[in-house]
Structures are given as structure tokens and as C-alpha cells.
Write a protein that binds this ligand. Structure first.
Ligand SMILES: [Zn+2]
Length: 77
């Protein structure tokens, strides 16, 4: 689970972006922290970069790696 210190650094969002599930090897559509819904592993990744491949880390429970956006990193344009 992602941790944070200051409430002022994060904001609750109900965007559908947080519902989209990504497979290993897909590009992260948004920059930020992604959470695997089957093991709790987390990664920070730049938008457009490839999410860790299936062979990067194997689950002991045989469930698939499924990444979901947990924290969106809002970048100034
Ligand atoms: Zn996992």
C-alpha cells in the first residue's frame, strides 16, 4: 500500500482511470504509482513506460499480475 505523509500532497479522485487494469508489458497510460491487485506489489512509473513484464516477478499463488493505477502523479504541462 502506498504511504504518504502530508494530506496536502494527495487528493481523492473518482476518475475512471483508477478502474483500468493493465497486463504486464502494457504501457502505463498515466504516470504514478501502480498497484498489483493480486499481491500488493507497487511500482512508480513514468507515463508511457512499459509495466513490468510477467517474467520480472512471479506470484507464488499463480494469480496473474494485474496493474492498476493507485496514485496519479500530476505533472505541470
Ligand atoms: Zn502481483
Amino acid at each position: 500500500m502506498a504511504w504518504y505523509h502530508r494530506d496536502s500532497d494527495v487528493q481523492k479522485s473518482n476518475s475512471d482511470a483508477y478502474k483500468r487494469e493493465f497486463k504486464p508489458g502494457e504501457k502505463a497510460e498515466w504516470p504514478g504509482i501502480y498497484h498489483c491487485i493480486n499481491c500488493g506489489d507497487e511500482i512508480a512509473i513514468a507515463g508511457g513506460h512499459t509495466l513490468p513484464a510477467q517474467n520480472h516477478y512471479q506470484h507464488a499463488n499463480q494469480k496473474p499480475i494485474i496493474w492498476r493505477l493507485a496514485v496519479y502523479a500530476q505533472q505541470k504541462k
